[in-house]
Design a protein around this ligand. Structure first.
Ligand code: MIC
Ligand code: SF4
Length: 737
């Protein structure tokens, strides 16, 4: 039994007394957050006050767990203070198919897997080995529970909101803090209500709710907000469908998303052998939904009965188009109409229901004699779903139309896709049922136009071989020369004969005293050397490393794909610094001016030259800098390479915190248009550091000085991180006192 029912019972028992002090009607989000306050009684104004919380759990995946655990080891604790788990999912390549790929991954990543498994075992952390599944699916199936609070070192941690949990993506340093017994700080979020009415039917699925919402809110509309769903429509969506919606809420920048407890939650808990949790939740179910009259900062209405399937993309998940308009958009924009590959699955969309509905579409190709035109790749989310889907003949349906079932892992979603020919960089279109589609993310080819849709729409488009196909109105020619249409998908929410619960791939901790050793020769793991503290000087001078133009996500700052290999080795991974960001002055990628040589270099090279010459640097960027992933490498690498300040028009939440935690100065333009004042040969001075009231000046090539008004959001504790050089340094200082 992976779930600790006693902890859940205790939490539920405390809810009544904790919430009795609040007289006004509460949202579900507030009920859960208030129950997890570290101390009750402080001010907690939404969008304004920082509040300390006590999360129930911590989750980590292999690509981020390495840094999280390297930091945790430095904290000097005997065991994790809260239940925690590590999941091996990101490092597995999608190449030939599940069996061979998994074997290859075990060999290629042995050093990292051994490190993660021995650290987990020693510190009391559950370890899910390679092949067990993708973090968010495994969490949903085993640990998520209504009313709980969890942080996870992955931006799609909010997936667990499908079961009514406040689950928030964070950087590894936050995970290390909570495992070390510290509280966890968050600015009290605003709460966006989404009122769902009607019910889904035909080709529409839960995915279309979030694809539509991404279009409404855009990639930054949810920043510092929780998206809370309510209304009768919510209770018509399966638990796994709800998880899909919460998962992809990361793409609107939301802190997390959440659904109330209902009959579907109960059914899913029972189906995954957690009847005791369902029973306990049932007893306090009025605490697991919003009160009548609860106040939301904004309410968005979505009528599920009127919803259309959506297709979003390319290059950003918020370019949202109802399928009826999509063909026009494709033709007008000149996107490649031919679809090369359809990919379904991932942490977002690989539930039994998703696979069953997609399989019902796939089966029709064979039954109706339609030739399948695109390549088809299926990535199951967990070993439980994979075994169940296999047993129920779903994989057979995919394989019959030429589909390849990959390992239960992130695979192509995170660029671990050995896609043949991608290096030629030819323009082409793919459709995935994943969650994000940033440039070059899946196959490293910047000319791959990646679109996001539901698994059932992706499957239909795969059969047709065209992204402009609309299964609701277009027909296809079969092998008898007849025009036929695909029927709307069908599939059970839960497997009719139950989930197959074979070996799930969990290693329970031994709490032994083995010494954790890392070879100094390793190219994949490296112990961390603390960053140096602030030098105490009132001002600092900075050279311009890059003025980035346009979207600059964490995939642009610290690319994944082949770089995932170095996630435990700061020095090696820093070589990918900002390699996908566009230089505003020459519109090129990975080519920036360095005043030391007067020439153009790779960003990592320029940074290294400045650092070696003892020159600190600044990064300048536009809106929502650091959007996307929780990977703190995107903050640690610049820090390691001598960057002191990041000045952006705005930041994504997790990344802004990651920058602060690593001792950087994250500033925003008070006047966004000042971005245009910055020229290639400018240098910078920041003053006012002693009182932490930073004033920033540009020094022009002719020597004259212009002040740029800047803002920051550092609170008292975060200022201490800057002074100490990082949050971890600060933690160690206070442990010594
Ligand atoms: C992603 O989807 O981008 C990732 C890879 O899962 C990241 C985590 C990482 O970079 O390791 C995320 O979403 O946080
Ligand atoms: Fe893995 Fe992709 Fe999910 Fe990130 S979004 S956890 S890479 S499957």
């Amino acid at each position: 039994m992976t779930q600790n029912i006693q902890l859940i019972e205790d939490l539920y028992a405390s809810m009544a007394s904790k919430l009795s002090q609040f007289k006004e009607p509460l949202t579900l989000t507030e009920k859960i957050l208030f129950t997890h306050f570290d101390t009750i009684g402080g001010s907690h104004k939404r969008g304004q006050d920082y509040v300390d919380f006590r999360p129930d759990r911590v989750a980590m995946q292999d690509a981020t767990a390495q840094m999280a655990l390297l930091q945790f080891i430095n904290a000097g604790k005997k065991s994790s203070s809260v239940p925690a788990s590590v999941h091996c999912d990101h490092l597995i390549q999608a190449n030939n198919g599940a069996t061979t790929d998994l074997e290859a991954a075990k060999v290629a990543n042995q050093e990292v897997y051994d490190f993660l498994s021995s650290v987990s075992s020693k510190f009391g952390i559950d370890f899910w080995s390679a092949g067990a599944g993708i973090i968010h699916q495994v969490i949903l199936e085993n640990y998520a529970f209504p009313g709980g609070m969890m942080i996870g070192t992955d931006s799609h941690t909010p997936n667990a909101g499908g079961l009514g949990m406040v689950a928030i993506g964070v950087g590894g340093a936050d995970a290390a803090d909570v495992m070390s017994g510290l509280s966890w700080e968050l600015k009290m979020p605003k709460i966006i209500g989404v009122h769902l009415t009607g019910s889904l039917s035909g080709w529409c699925s839960a995915k279309d709710v979030i694809l539509k919402l991404a279009g409404i809110l855009t990639v930054k509309g949810g920043t510092n907000s929780v998206v809370e769903y309510f209304g009768h429509g919510a209770s018509t969506i399966s638990a796994t469908g709800k998880a899909t919606i919460c998962n992809m809420g990361a793409e609107v920048g939301a802190t997390c998303s959440i659904f109330p407890y209902d009959q579907k939650t109960k059914e899913y808990l029972i189906a995954t052998e957690r009847e005791d949790v369902a029973r306990a939740a049932e007893r306090i179910s009025h605490y697991l939904r919003a009160d009548q009259g609860a106040i939301y900062d904004q309410v968005i209405e979505i009528n599920l009965s009127e919803l259309e399937p959506y297709i979003n993309g390319p290059f950003t998940p918020d370019a949202a188009y109802p399928i009826s308009q999509f063909a026009d958009v494709v033709r007008k924009s000149g996107y490649p109409e031919k679809m090369d590959v359809g990919l379904i699955g991932s942490c977002t969309n690989s539930s039994y229901q998703d696979l069953a509905r997609a399989a019902s579409v796939a089966k029709q190709a064979k039954e109706k004699g339609i030739k399948v035109m695109s390549q088809f790749i299926i990535t199951p989310g967990s070993s439980m779903v994979q075994q169940t889907a296999k047993e129920n003949g779903l994989f057979e349906a995919f394989e019959n139309i030429g589909g390849t079932v990959m390992a239960n892992a992130c695979g192509a979603c995170i660029g671990q896709w050995a896609r043949k020919g991608a290096e030629k960089k030819l323009p082409n279109s793919i459709v995935t049922s994943f969650n994000r589609n940033f440039v070059a993310r899946n196959d490293g080819n910047p000319n791959t136009y990646a679109f996001v849709a539901s698994p059932e729409i992706t499957t239909a488009l795969t059969i047709a071989g065209k992204i402009t196909f609309n299964p609701m109105k277009d027909s296809l020619l079969n092998d008898r020369g007849e025009l036929v249409m695909l029927d709307a998908p069908r599939g059970h929410e839960l497997p009719p004969l139950g989930y197959k619960m074979g070996d799930k791939g969990l290693q329970t901790p031994q709490m032994n005293s083995v010494e954790i050793r890392i070879s100094p020769l390793s190219e994949r793991l490296q112990l961390l050397t603390p960053f140096s503290p602030w030098d105490g000087k009132e001002s600092m001078e900075l050279a311009l490393l890059i003025k980035a133009k346009g979207k600059c996500t964490t995939d642009h700052i610290s690319a994944a794909g082949r770089w995932l290999r170095y996630r435990g080795h700061l020095q090696n991974i820093s070589q990918n610094l900002l390699m996908a960001a566009t230089n505003a002055f020459n519109s090129q990628v990975d080519s920036v001016y360095c005043s030391l040589t007067g020439g153009y270099h790779r960003v990592a090279q320029a940074a290294q030259q400045y650092r070696d010459a003892n020159r600190s640097t600044i990064i300048v960027a536009q809106e929502n800098y650091g959007e996307g992933s929780s990977r703190e490498h995107a903050a640690m690498e610049p820090r390691y390479m001598g960057v002191k300040v990041v000045l952006a028009q705005s930041f994504a939440r997790i990344h802004e915190t990651n920058l602060k935690k690593q001792g950087l100065l994250a500033l925003t333009f008070a006047n966004k248009a000042d971005y245009d004042l910055i020229e290639e040969k400018d240098t910078f001075v920041v003053e006012g550091l002693k009182n932490f009231e930073p004033k920033l000046y540009i020094i022009k090539a002719d020597g004259h000085k212009i002040e740029i008004k800047v803002n920051h959001t550092y609170n008292e504790q975060q200022k201490e991180w800057f002074v100490a050089g990082s949050a971890l340094n600060r933690l160690k200082e206070s442990a010594i006192k």
